[in-house]
Write a protein of this length. Structure first.
Length: 94
């Protein structure tokens, strides 16, 4: 029987965010009127921008790894177009 390695998944790459995108995401997280689903997506993307991996982000946010992985890949190049500053809110509301 093969033992599981402590790091079964390769580390996730940081998602590049412009200063404007980061400011918009932080604003969404702080706003009391932001729907919780949107705020969670914003937190996931902010952590991804800091280079935090999927497992660590899931632990910090108290959500499943699959949730973090889904939103990280949705914001990554190759899966969907990179999010522009003007399209950030539309991306988060999807």
């Amino acid at each position: 029987m093969r033992a599981c390695s402590p790091r079964a998944h390769p580390p996730a790459a940081a998602i590049p965010l412009s200063a404007d995108q980061k400011a918009q995401l932080e604003s969404l997280v702080r706003a009391h009127s932001t729907p919780q689903q949107v705020a969670l997506r914003a937190r996931i993307i902010l952590l991804a921008g800091e280079g935090v991996g999927v497992s660590e982000a899931a632990d910090r946010l108290g959500v499943w790894r699959k949730t973090v992985s889904c939103w990280r890949s949705a914001g990554s190049p190759g899966r969907r177009p990179r999010v522009s500053a003007s399209g950030l809110r539309i991306f988060l509301v999807q």
